[in-house]
Design a protein around this ligand. Structure first.
Ligand code: GLP
Length: 241
């Protein structure tokens, strides 16, 4: 793993934005996976801002998000579809056919998982995955204990996140919510991964993921085995390394 530490949050956001732009400039037909959440909002805004000032060729790139919420309509503004569409696809002019996202409701999810993986591999596989990390080491929505050999699947959200989604939506109590996530094996097949984290609250899990043993108890620790993984951090997230 290559570890890059930026001195503050702003420089971290800029560096992460340039990882995305750099991939598009290097390979105009790149297939790029994103993550949603607090870590990625600013970096996506910077990508859009730079594109607005100095447009680069996005006519062949394909975007997807590593995971999606299921049991809620895509129109929920916290759905990954809605967030990436708003933050990147609309500003960069990426049409629906080059934005691969699984459906979220009233479908055969097993089939949808195979479709999602198939659409990525049909295009030659993902070139870059900008990968967030959860407070407990989850990547995508692969929670601690998920086998490293897992394929794309629907699983439970972590409970803190589910509580937040329920607060923000009118979803009935008895409706099961979940997350459709690329599997750990699928993520490991990405050619290049950039694990991104900022803020003090990520420092402890980053230490475990990067310097601790490779264990299914910390899903992100598997990235130590990836041949081309960069861990991009701000000084706070790197403070325990
Ligand atoms: C959620 C998402 C992940 C994301 C993680 C970290 O679990 N499903 O894809 O990486 O949160 O989010 P944040 O950046 O808000 O800490």
């Amino acid at each position: 793993m290559k570890i890059t530490v930026m001195e503050n949050e702003k420089k971290f956001d800029e560096a992460a934005a340039w990882r995305i732009i750099g991939q598009i400039l290097e390979k105009p037909d790149a297939v790029i996976g994103f993550s949603t959440g607090q870590t990625t909002g600013n970096m996506h805004a910077i990508v859009s801002e730079i594109y607005g000032l100095h447009p680069f060729d996005t006519s062949q790139v394909t975007f997807f998000n590593v995971d999606e919420l299921v049991g809620l309509p895509r129109s929920y503004e916290g759905s990954c579809y809605a967030m990436i569409k708003r933050q990147l696809c609309i500003p960069l002019g990426i049409p629906e056919e080059r934005f691969i996202m699984p459906g979220t409701m009233d479908i055969d999810f097993e089939q949808e998982c195979r479709w999602f993986e198939g659409e990525i591999s049909k295009r030659g596989g993902a070139d870059l995955q900008m990968l967030g990390i959860g407070w407990n080491g989850h990547i995508g929505i692969n929670q601690p204990g998920t086998p490293f050999g897992s394929n794309t699947q629907v699983c439970d959200m972590d409970e803190r996140f589910e509580a937040k989604v329920r607060r923000e939506t009118e979803v009935p109590e008895n409706r099961r919510l979940g997350g459709l996530t690329l599997g750990i094996k699928t993520i490991m097949h990405t050619k290049k991964i950039v694990l991104i984290a900022k803020g003090k609250e990520k420092a402890e899990i980053i230490k475990k993921a990067v310097q601790g043993p490779v264990t299914e108890a910390i899903p992100a620790s598997v990235l130590q085995l990836h041949p081309d993984c960069e861990v991009l951090l701000d000084a706070d997230a790197a403070s325990l390394l």
